[in-house]
Design a protein. Sequence first.
Length: 385
Amino acid sequence: MQRFIPLLLLPLALATGLVQANSDIESQRTSAKALIPINSGISNQTAHGVAYFPDGKHYLIAAYADVSIFSTESAAIIAKETIEPVFAGNSPSDPNSTFGPYLVYTGIIDNNTYYYAAEDPRTRPYDIRVNIQQITPPKRLHSHRTDYLKSTNSLRVNHTYINYPGNLINWHTGQEYPVKTFSPAGFDHALTDSGKVFSRSRLGNWAMLYDPLSDSRIEWGMDMIPGGTALTRDSRHLVVQDPDGACRVWPLPELKPVQRCGHAPWFASAGTVALVTDPAGDHFAAAWRKRVQVYQVEPYQRTFELEMNNNVLAMALSANGRLAISSQQDAVEVWDIPSRKLLGRIATDTYPRLLAISPSGDEILVDDKTLLRLRVPEPDAHPQE
């Protein structure tokens, strides 16, 4: 019997460590500095999309009918695209439509380039435009029109390609390639820098990485129904999280060894999930209900974990290891992963699902009833141990 004592004591030791970790987290929350409101450039408005450019000099705010680029230093508008003029000259086939043209998707390509997709619901079939914009000097680099985009969830654009289900287009040359996906609705759709397209089956557990340029693919069964997926920046790892808390990491294209990044508790039911990678692709953060865990990809290891007081709704991870977390009717927090320190916090009684963090981790954008831009307090020069 004596040989089994360490096994019997192991759960107690783990529980004791968790209690100690939670105690430290709550202590930090009690003494946390407040995130500092700063000028966002807009007031009394909600946002449909927010993002920082890679160099941190600009940020993007997307609304219902326009997309604006702001200077991070001054919060002044650098560029603005209004959607209505994009469809000037259209003859509506449904003149009684109560909806005018609107923005459906935005994204950032590099420090000086962004894109957006807009839709005119007054026409049949819908007129959908994808515009690629340069900030300085102001210039439209490319405009693509389609009328058969079945889901905006699947639209992706990068330095070279525009992709939506069925098609990959080199927007520099105009060359098109047919694309094979598991679902035309683009479930968990992703586009790599080299033009490969990731998709998964709608109701099953199959995943596929397809290369339109060579008409080749890899397919595999994930043994789980994803609640969320994330492809690392270098497209070398796929992270998949089940709504019951299970989590796995597949290296691509090898598919083995598969790493675990979360276990489903016994008799677990579905819960909220959130999954993000950092801009470099070195780390990812996975949240299930209140639990948050951060992992380094190579060498594979968990580097940080905590629990929020309520379900996690959104996260954002900076390249220098700062993690922003929003939870429902609880708080928005920013943590420094290397030091395991809480840098700033604000309480909220809403459901902030829109969150972005600057590349240096010194400020965040969060939609909390209205859009807030918040500065992260500087950490103490000589923190108390």
